[in-house]
Design a protein around this ligand. Structure first.
Ligand code: AMP
Length: 133
């Protein structure tokens, strides 16, 4: 059965899309730790990130770098933190999180709530920056 993220890529489930190319897709995390918390995924569905072959793996991180640079142009922060967990959704993904302290990377923190309009605005602002890169 296709993962929820494959359904997002295919447009069968909605997402707040930021960017996509032939091989990768980026969209806002629906339960964000920070404003601008973004997920970057390969279009090929692989559960565990270390099972992705090297070229695709390198491409995933290069795409995540570009997305992260767009995120930090929109969201004021000290750094963009990146992390891979993958315990919940069995489709490899990189979390891109604007951070000001180490605690901002703590997944036990309560998640933020945004309205649909706010998510649309955040995604649109990051998308605009991404398209300038
Ligand atoms: P993990 O697999 O532990 O890295 O966590 C999966 C992440 O995917 C969590 O941060 C969820 O909030 C996020 N997530 C799950 N479903 C969706 C969805 N439909 N749209 C956006 N983010 C999602």
């Amino acid at each position: 059965m296709a993962s929820i993220f494959t359904k997002i890529i295919k447009g069968e489930i909605p997402s707040y899309k930021i960017a996509e190319n032939e091989n990768y897709y980026a969209f806002l995390d629906i339960n964000p730790l920070a404003k601008g918390h973004t997920l970057v995924i390969p279009k090929n569905e692989t559960d565990y990130i270390f099972n992705i072959e090297d070229e695709e793996y390198k491409g995933l991180f290069a795409f995540a770098k570009k997305v992260g640079i767009a995120v930090e142009k929109v969201i004021p922060c000290k750094r963009i933190g990146i992390t891979v967990i993958g315990l919940e959704v069995p489709h490899a993904h990189i979390h891109i999180i604007p951070i000001n302290s180490i605690y901002d990377m703590d997944f036990k923190q309560p998640k933020l709530k945004f309205s649909n309009e706010e998510f649309i605005r955040i995604a649109s602002d990051i998308k605009s920056e991404y398209e300038k890169l």
